[in-house]
Design a protein around this ligand. Sequence first.
Ligand code: SF4
Ligand code: SF4
Length: 96
Amino acid sequence: MDKFEEKIDELNQMSEEDKNSALNQMNEDCICPICPTYNECAKEADELLFCVTGKSKTCITKERGCLCPTCPFAQEYKIGVKYNFYCTRGTELEQR
Ligand code: SF4
Ligand code: SF4
């Protein structure tokens, strides 16, 4: 199990409340809002951290480049390079 898988495992074992607060903290490292693919709809819906939570529900459908490879969260957990465009293609684990 790599560091990212361990993190997801850890999240899955948390209570709903602890999980939400951990996700909120992780959201702070997500640089999706400055990516050209991100849009107003996703911003209004507070969509972030697609690598963990999954595709954009309905907002993001067009890929215009992906900043995930340069994201501090991605670098810490060694993701974002082989797989990215999480907002349109699904989580890191779904893409593996
Ligand atoms: S890897 Fe991409 S989706 Fe995940 S936190 Fe970073 S910018 Fe957001
Ligand atoms: S997942 Fe990648 S492509 Fe989608 S908004 Fe975030 S940085 Fe951009």
